[in-house]
Design a protein around this ligand. Sequence first.
Ligand code: BGC
Length: 246
Amino acid sequence: MKVLGIDIGGSAFKGAPVDTQTGKLLAERHRVEVDAPCPTAQGLAAAREIARHFNWKGPVGIGFPGVVQGSRIGAVGNLGRNWEGQDGGKLFGRATGCPVALFNDADAAGLAEMKFGAGRRHQGSALMLTMGTGIGSALFHQGRLMPNIEFGHIPWKGKPIERFASAAVRKRRDLGWREWALRVNVFLAVAERISSPELIIIGGGVSRKSEKWFKYLKASARIVPARLHNDAGIVGAALAWEHTGR
Ligand code: BGC
């Protein structure tokens, strides 16, 4: 099946048509920059532009950086609280003129890694993490997802722990790879204490540079970089269409 996958990140909307059987992008991804936080009208216009760019008339799957229940948006981390409580499926459906399935972005990336990437054939428990503006998390057991796990929002020194250990913090504070990885270890220790996964898959842009910082990571679980890297978000968003039974 061909689905337009749109991955919403802290600073850009990225999309491409995806073959959900193979997990391959069918065209070069199209990227639209947005403000952070992102006004609702600007975000909807970005989704519309991506659908227009591909002249898309079919199903659309969207990975959204916040809690998603059905098509309703719950708590939102970095995109802006203006999105909270909205019927995202309806808003993006109107904006793109296409039927839309909405899903948490990390859950979507996890679906892609479990089906086509580093979690393929892994039947035990697995934790997918996306390191970007925030920290996204998705928990799987025997290939099945428990949606809307928000480990990035575990309180740490009075703030969500993603504000201490996300990839954006490394840039903002100009931390070295080792210094930042030690922060990630604090996060991993908390996440492991709560969920004890056998496998931890780490995605997001920084997963491409795993040779620079994975050597400093410490966890009981096996840690591997995401295999689809940044494409996991787009591929997963497309898979979300099927996953939600649309
Ligand atoms: C959001 C999560 C999201 C993660 C990565 C967090 O701030 O709360 O829902 O998965 O950022 O985008």
